[in-house]
Design a protein around this ligand. Structure first.
Ligand SMILES: [Zn+2]
Length: 414
């Protein structure tokens, strides 16, 4: 009954959301004339003139360590740059996000642009960037320091050309993106403003995502009494349970199409037992389960749970199942053909970015917006390799395409 009531209550909202997307949306706001206008030319030539300064600042910012939870130094630097650029407001909020506000007119929309400041490198306190031709190499050089640089220089170039925004731009360099979009969630939850759009700046150049990927995997542990091999006849073995469960989990079929229903899983780790001449007392495996669709995610998770309970009973061991229920999947109806996505798509095509990939499988600060019903996308920064590893690399030329992308986005939405 509760389910029926919830469905009934949700229905008008889903319906309205669909209508508003299909009626207003579908038109890209980008036109090639925007990129060839005298103002855009002035903006782009400012970027070209400052090429070396941009690369230097990119190196400088990357060399400030900022593992999740320790972003203070970067936040101070970015706040100071927001101030120096002449934004109307610049501050560090109570959660550590560096926020800059550029006010437009009262009819303007409230639009967030959000790179993240944190990196995944918890124990790395010394960072030295290596420059080799068209590459910069260092942990965090791409993810997501390059987006912070793209944003700072987009603002400076727009200011330099005398651009007057109609929209109100909220530039939010976030903390804790790598640990569950923490900074953005807190920013949105505690803001008095209503936001019309959110553009997260993260990921490779050309990756445009408009939905929130859900994560439903976790860890399954089987436990038994254990025994020496010589006394092991008939003793339930958790390793057998692991093997059986994995075999059956791989029989679960999950949809690959359409993209809004896409789901996938992988058993990434298994382990169990301490010695070779005894029955394991404890064995485990992990399963990474992801989907664009919450119903598919829950369906697969339910099947995994059933299989594990069934196997535990058959083998005669205990089972503990810890699957993630918090990182839910969200899709906004009509998002793929919304103005926001179409505009970004046309800009990426105009810039001839390689590897253009438009999908509903985002896992960035945009997820925090989508969860709250705010049309949100993610836009990339430059071409990167080996992300989240110490040998991370980013292409210098790609960064300048990323800056153009961000500038054209602001000019088109205006
Ligand atoms: Zn990132």
């Amino acid at each position: 009954m509760k389910k029926i009531i919830t469905l009934f209550l949700c229905f008008p909202f889903i319906f309205l959301a669909t209508i508003s997307f299909t009626q207003k949306g579908e038109e890209s706001l980008f036109k090639p004339e925007i990129a060839s206008s005298p103002q855009a030319q002035k903006i782009f030539s400012f970027i070209e003139k400052n090429r070396e300064a941009i690369i230097e600042e990119w190196i400088y910012l990357t060399e400030i360590p900022a593992p999740s939870g320790h972003e203070e130094k970067r936040a101070k630097y970015i706040e100071a740059q927001f101030k120096a650029a002449g934004l109307d407001e610049a501050y560090i909020d109570e959660f550590g996000n560096a926020v800059g506000i550029w006010r437009g007119t009262s009819q303007g929309k409230n639009i967030i642009f959000a790179p993240h400041m944190d990196t995944v490198f918890q124990e790395v306190w010394e960072i030295k960037v290596i420059r080799e031709e068209n590459l910069l190499k260092a942990p965090g050089i791409g993810d997501d320091t390059s987006s912070c640089i793209n944003l700072l220089w987009s603002i400076r170039a727009l200011k330099n050309a005398g651009f007057k925004p109609k929209n109100n731009y909220y530039f939010v360099a976030t903390v804790g993106e790598e640990i569950g979009f923490r900074g953005m969630r807190l920013f949105l939850d505690n803001s008095k403003e209503k936001f019309d759009m959110l553009i997260a700046l993260d990921g490779d150049l050309g990756s445009l995502s408009y939905g929130a990927l859900g994560f439903g995997g976790g860890r399954v542990i089987f436990r038994g009494p254990g025994a020496h091999t010589m006394q092991s006849r008939g003793v339930p073995n958790p390793n057998v349970a692991v093997a059986k469960a994995i075999e059956r989990i791989y029989q679960i079929s999950v949809p690959a199409e359409p993209p809004e229903k896409f789901a996938i899983y992988n058993v990434g780790m298994i382990g169990g037992g301490k010695v070779n001449n005894a029955v394991s007392q404890e064995s485990f495996f992990t399963v990474d389960l992801r989907s664009a669709n919450q119903a598919e995610l829950e369906k697969a998770a339910r099947q995994i749970e059933e299989i594990c309970r069934q196997v535990a009973e058959e083998v005669g061991v205990e089972v503990e199942i810890n699957l993630n229920k918090n990182a839910r999947a969200y899709q906004l109806p009509g998002a793929r053909h919304s103005t926001l996505v179409r505009t970004a798509e046309e800009i990426l095509k105009f810039l001839k970015v390689r590897d253009l990939e438009i999908n509903p499988l985002g896992s960035t600060d945009a997820n925090a917006g989508i969860e709250q019903g705010i049309p949100s996308i993610n836009l990339g920064r430059t071409y990167c390799r080996y992300k989240h590893s110490l040998r991370e690399e980013a292409e210098i030329d790609g960064l300048f395409v990323g800056i153009k992308q961000d500038i054209l986005m602001i000019l088109s939405l205006n």
